[in-house]
Design a protein around this ligand. Structure first.
Ligand SMILES: Nc1ncnc2c1ncn2[C@@H]1O[C@H](COP(=O)(O)OP(=O)(O)OP(=O)(O)O)[C@@H](O)[C@H]1O
Length: 252
């Protein structure tokens, strides 16, 4: 197993966001975490990324306890966080080189990897030589994604990777994520963009009330394709919602 989480709990004030949550994600999976706004998806990912301190529970990656093997675990982890912090004074290229140095990539290899990611993902290559401060949301996101993958981490965690991307970049990202998947890697993604989740997920987790309300294969979630992921999610989370009756006043 690649990611093993046991009894993970996190409270903010009185709000219990995660309650004794257990989850195992095997390598080879593209695990997509779904759920309503504010349900705790980013909190969950940030606990794995050591950006939020859980109240209790344990996290191990590839059999190594996070806290006992911090450096080794972090070297093998690549992440796009929801707030995607970049260094605004750097150009995109400078930022990617900076990240490559953090991971101690040899200079030539770093240059080749950055160049290939630039060629793949950035139709607007000129902008990568301007300061990040002037970038659009989507451009910042593409730089954040490239930075997360540069060191070829075994565990790739992407929080809302499709938000803000244009349809071309999103389709390129779908293909990138699919190609990145292999038997030795695990990919964990939180997303509301179910059209894209549909194209990449092998497994689905639905977070609700601090627990995983569903955790399993995408085939089982969609009843072998008889439902789309958005329909399956709606039925799971709001089975008795009568949309038309609720909006009666508006429809007449
Ligand atoms: N640092 C914090 N301090 C206090 N409350 C927080 C903090 N971070 C998150 N929360 C609260 O925890 C809950 C879960 O937030 P989180 O951002 O994890 O949800 P989410 O599922 O990622 O939401 P969304 O889909 O809207 O991005 C929310 O009620 C949020 O207000």
């Amino acid at each position: 197993m690649s990611i093993e989480i046991t009894g993970l709990s996190k409270k903010f004030g009185k709000k219990e966001v995660l309650q004794e949550l257990d989850l195992t994600i095997e390598s080879g999976q593209i695990y997509c975490l779904l759920g309503k706004n504010g349900v705790g998806k980013s909190t969950f990912l940030n606990c794995i990324l050591d950006l939020v301190q859980p109240d209790s529970g344990s996290i191990s990656l590839f059999g190594k306890d996070y806290h006992r093997h911090q450096l080794e675990v972090k070297q093998n982890l690549g992440a796009l966080c929801e707030d995607n912090p970049l260094i605004e004074e750097f150009t995109g290229i400078e930022y990617l080189n900076f990240v490559a140095k953090l991971y101690k990539l040899p200079a030539l290899e770093a240059e080749e990897r950055i160049q290939s990611l630039v060629n793949y993902f950035f139709t607007d290559k000129e902008s990568l030589h301007k300061n990040v401060a002037g970038y659009s949301t989507g451009m910042k996101k593409k730089v954040g994604i490239a930075a997360a993958m540069l060191h070829k981490p075994q565990v790739l965690i992407l929080d809302e990777p499709f938000t803000g991307l244009d349809p071309i970049a999103a389709q390129l990202l779908v293909q990138l994520i699919r190609s990145y998947r292999n038997a030795n890697r695990v990919i964990l993604i939180s997303s509301h963009d179910l059209n894209y989740v549909e194209k990449i997920a092998t497994h689905i987790g639905v977070l609700n009330d601090g627990q995983l309300m569903y955790n399993g294969s995408v085939q089982e979630f969609t009843m072998n394709g008889s439902n789309l992921i958005d329909q399956a999610l709606f039925q799971l989370l709001l089975p008795h919602h009568n949309t038309e009756a609720t909006l009666d006043w508006m429809l007449t």
